[in-house]
Design a protein around this ligand. Structure first.
Ligand code: AMP
Length: 546
C-alpha cells in the first residue's frame, strides 16, 4: 500500500467549538433556564467558559478518561460541559433523569462516574441518591450562588463559583481521535441499561452527516430548537452539528409543554425543530386548544421527527397548519443516533401532497456512513423491494461495536453488522420503513402485522389523541391485534366508528380484533410507548373473537 501524504489531524470535539468561536463567534445560544429567565450567549462565550470547565475539572483532579456525569436539561451550561469535559479528554456521561432512581444509581455506579453536574430541578433526586453513588466524589449544582439550594448533598459545589475561579486560557490537548468522548446508556426496556461509548472520531463524523444537505441540512442560516434532550443520544448530535455549522441554537430547558415550546418557537423565530412525536402531540394540542394560527405566527420551515414513528396525520398537520416540512428520521442510541433521513429525491418533485406524505411516512434513506441490510431469521439477506421485511442490521463508523464494560457476547454478526432489534423493509429507492420492534411485531397465523402501521392509521382519526397496538393471545391465530386508544378531550369515539375508520386504511386481516379506550398510555424515559407494560396490563385480556 502506498500511504497518502495528507496532514494527520485528529477529528476532535474541541475542534468543532474552536471553529464556531472563530467563524461564528456571535451566533447565539438561547436557553430557557431552570432558574426561570431566558439566557443569551454566543459560541465565543461557550468556548471561553468550556475552557474554564476544563481548568476547573483539572483543579478537581479529573484525568483523561474519567467519567463526568450530567443530570441536566438543554441549556448553555450543559453545552459548556459537552465541550469542556470531552475537550480535555474526559468522558461526558449524560444521564436521562426520567429513568427510575434505581436505574440512575445502577448506571452511575456502572460507569464509575467521578463528578456529577446537575440542574436545580434534580436536587431532590441527587439528595436521595448521593450516598448510593459510590464512585462520585464531587457534586456540582449548575447555578449561581444566589440560587444555591439548602440541601444535604455532601460537599456541594456551585457551578458559577467553580468556573469563576478559573482562567479562560486553556490549550485543548491533541490526542488520538478514537479516544472516548461521551457515554450514553440505552433506556433498558429489557434488562439493565447498556452503555454506548462514543469516540471523538465517531462524534465528528456523525456531525458531518447531520449537517449534510441530505442529512438534516444544518447550516448557519438555521435557528434550531433542540426539543430532543441533551440526555437522549446527545440531542441527536445537535450540540456538535450546531458548532460545526454555526447554527443558532435554542434550548428549551425544563419547559417542554406545548405552550412553552410554541412561544419559544414564535419569539426566537425558530426555523428547524427536532423532537419525538410525544412532544409534538403536546404542541398540536396546545395549538388546537387555543385556536392558534402557527402559519401566520411562526417561521418554522422544517420539523425533524424521530425516536418513534412519525404518523402521517402529524406530518400533514405540520405541512398544512405550520407550513413546515416533516423530516422523518430514524436511529438509535447505539448509532449516535443518525441512521436514515427521509428527504425527497428529484423524481418526487411533481408529487401531490398525498403522494409525498406516503413517502414521508417512511423512515428514510441511509446517510453516507451507514450501511444497512435486512435479513430473515436465518440471517439471509432479503431483497430491497419494499415488500420483504426482516431484521434491520447496520454497520458504520458511528455505530457501536460493543457496549461499555459489557462482558457479554459481541453484538455484531460475522460481517460486522449490528442488529438494531427493529424489523423493516427497504424499497427499490432505498427508503427504509420500520414495521416494528422485533419484540412488538404481531404474529398472526404465521404472518406479521405491523403494530406501527395500525397505530398510524388509528391516530389519523380526528378524535384520537394517541394509540397503541399490541398482540394478544388468540387460540386460532396465535396473536391478534388489540387497539388501545386515548381519546382527545371531550370526544365521543366508539369501538365501531374507530374500526369503520380504519377499514380500507389497512389490510382487512390486519384490522384490530378489539378496541379499548384508556385515559393515558405508559411511556418510557425517552417518550416511547411502553409496549411491554401494555402487554402486562392486557395479559389476561380475552378478545371477543378468541
Ligand atoms: P433509542 O436508542 O432510545 O433512541 O431508541 C431507538 C429505537 O427507537 C429504534 O431502534 C427504533 O425502534 C425506535 N425509533 C427511532 N426512530 C424511529 C422512527 N422514526 N420510527 C420508528 N421507530 C423509531
Amino acid at each position: 500500500m502506498l500511504k497518502g501524504l495528507m496532514q494527520d489531524r485528529p477529528l476532535l470535539i474541541s475542534s468543532l467549538l474552536e471553529h464556531a468561536a472563530s467563524f461564528h463567534p456571535d451566533a447565539e445560544i438561547v436557553s430557557r433556564t431552570s432558574e426561570g429567565p431566558l439566557h443569551r450567549c454566543t459560541y465565543a462565550d461557550i468556548h471561553r467558559r468550556a475552557k474554564q470547565v476544563a481548568n476547573a475539572l483539572t483543579a478537581l483532579g479529573v484525568a483523561a478518561g474519567d467519567r463526568i456525569a450530567t443530570l441536566a436539561w438543554n441549556g448553555y451550561r450543559h453545552m459548556e460541559l459537552y465541550y469542556g469535559v470531552s475537550g480535555m479528554g474526559a468522558v461526558l456521561h449524560t444521564i436521562n433523569p426520567r429513568l427510575f432512581p434505581e436505574q440512575i444509581e445502577y448506571i452511575v455506579n456502572h460507569a464509575e462516574d467521578r463528578i456529577l453536574f446537575f440542574d436545580l430541578s434534580f436536587v431532590p433526586l441527587v439528595e436521595a441518591l448521593a450516598s448510593k453513588m459510590t464512585t462520585v466524589c464531587g457534586f456540582v449544582v449548575m447555578t449561581e450562588r444566589a440560587h444555591l439550594p439548602d440541601c444535604s448533598i455532601p460537599g456541594l459545589l456551585c457551578y458559577e463559583d467553580l468556573l469563576g475561579a478559573q482562567a479562560s486560557d486553556y490549550a485543548w490537548p491533541r490526542f488520538d481521535e478514537t479516544t472516548a468522548s461521551s457515554l450514553c446508556y440505552t433506556s433498558g426496556t429489557t434488562g439493565n441499561p447498556k452503555g454506548v461509548l462514543y469516540s471523538h472520531r465517531s462524534s465528528v463524523l456523525h456531525s458531518w452527516a447531520a449537517c449534510s444537505v441530505d442529512g438534516l441540512a444544518i447550516g448557519a442560516s438555521e435557528t434550531v430548537l433542540l426539543v430532543v434532550p441533551m440526555f437522549h443520544v446527545n440531542a441527536w448530535g445537535m450540540p456538535y452539528a450546531g458548532a460545526m455549522s454555526g447554527a443558532r441554537l435554542v434550548m428549551p430547558g425544563p419547559a417542554l409543554d406545548g405552550r412553552s415550546v410554541y412561544e419559544l418557537m414564535r419569539d426566537e423565530k425558530v426555523t428547524l425543530a427536532l423532537g419525538v412525536p410525544t412532544v409534538w402531540l403536546m404542541l398540536l394540542q396546545h395549538v388546537d386548544s387555543k385556536g392558534l394560527k402557527p402559519k401566520d405566527e411562526l417561521c418554522l420551515r422544517r420539523v425533524v421527527i424521530g425516536g418513534s414513528s412519525a404518523p402521517r396525520a402529524m406530518s400533514e398537520r405540520f405541512e398544512t397548519d405550520f407550513g413546515a416540512f416533516v423530516v422523518h428520521a430514524w436511529g438509535m442510541t447505539e448509532m449516535s443516533p443518525l441512521g436514515t433521513v427521509c428527504n425527497l429525491l428529484p423524481r418526487h418533485s411533481g408529487c401531490t401532497l398525498e403522494q409525498r406524505l406516503s413517502i414521508q411516512e417512511k423512515q428514510g434513506r441511509a446517510v453516507y456512513g451507514v450501511e444497512m441490510k435486512i435479513v430473515d431469521d436465518e440471517g439471509v439477506s432479503l431483497p430491497h423491494n419494499g415488500m420483504a421485511s426482516g431484521h434491520l442490521l447496520v454497520r458504520g463508523p458511528w455505530i457501536a461495536g460493543v457496549y461499555f464494560r459489557d462482558e457479554g457476547s459481541p453484538t455484531l454478526d460475522a460481517e460486522g453488522f449490528f442488529d438494531t432489534g427493529d424489523v423493516a423493509s427497504i424499497d427499490a429507492d432505498g427508503y427504509m420503513q420500520i414495521t416494528d420492534r422485533a419484540k412488538d411485531v404481531i404474529k398472526s397465523g404465521g404472518e406479521w402485522i405491523s403494530s406501527i402501521a395500525l397505530e398510524n392509521a388509528a391516530i389519523a382519526h380526528p378524535a384520537v389523541a394517541e394509540a397503541a397496538v399490541i398482540g394478544v393471545a388468540h387460540a386460532k391465530w396465535q396473536e391478534r391485534p388489540l387497539l388501545i386508544v386515548v381519546r382527545k378531550p371531550g370526544q365521543d369515539l366508539t369501538r365501531a366508528s374507530m374500526l369503520a375508520f380504519m377499514t380500507g386504511r389497512v389490510a382487512t386481516w390486519w384490522l384490530p380484533d378489539d378496541v379499548v379506550f384508556v385515559d393515558e398510555l405508559p411511556h418510557s424515559a425517552t417518550g416511547k410507548l411502553q409496549k411491554m407494560k401494555l402487554r402486562k396490563m392486557f395479559n389476561d385480556y380475552r378478545l371477543p373473537s378468541a
